[in-house]
Design a protein around this ligand. Sequence first.
Ligand SMILES: [Zn+2]
Length: 302
Amino acid sequence: MARYVGIDVGGSSVKIGVFDEKGNLLERRKVPTDTSKQGANILPDTAGALTDLDDLLGVGIGVPGPVVGEEVFGAVNLGWGRFNVKETFLGELGREVPIAIENDAGMAAYGEYRQFGGVKGPFVFITVGTGIGGGIVLDGELYRGFHGAAGEFGHMNILPDGPKCACGNRGCLEAVAGANAMKRRLKRKLRKQRSSPLRQGPITIKRMFDAARAGDPGALETIDETATALGRALSMVAGTLDPAVFVFGGGVSEAGEFFLSRIRQAYEAVAFTQTADVAFEPAKLGNDAGIYGAMEAVRHAG
Ligand SMILES: [Zn+2]
């Protein structure tokens, strides 16, 4: 039977969705990510999980690194350097099928874009979790940029001499507003906040938001600082792209309206008047955005 496949290559597992020709998800598969030997087994293992699918209409693959053309320019989490993903994958698959390759956050952005349906104007997807990233869809097409780095919102520099970022710079959005940065700041505040229930047990993002909802001052302050940083960064994105909508995904964004309304408030306080009323929406696909986007990217290619 004719099938599309959407693949999301992650640091711990490769998620695979098998879809019918209309894009309905029929089946999920998962392959552990083998990062030994510079990740040389990852694509062979993934292709190996598709051998029973005899009539492939197309395969979309999202990879955690910048993509230009058919090439990934390295993926540190996987041990990958620069190489042609399409060529390698087709070699492992042993047959000719249409392939779409994109950055994983870009695939997720495209999946959400298709899910939202009919958004006119630039569509901006931002994930807030341990890392901050995202993707941009312009005129119905994923926008990669010249270096494959469009939508890397996490490394917009927003705080001079701010906390150190994994990329080596200081004061990146991710280093200020990512999940680890939030936990670090909250821990510091809790030293002075003797009565906070958050002092007992491990600090998680969920506990932080639950405590904030119950009025915990340290948790509220941490979340407001984060919302301020995100709002400011998004005002810069709006000044560049003038989007129709900002869609929020990722672990931290699961806190929902409580968080989004605060980001929105911070955004409105600094955004250029003309762009102040852009829509803020929660993502619809959760962790499945990557496999859906990969499927849609190959289904709508060419
Ligand atoms: Zn950075």
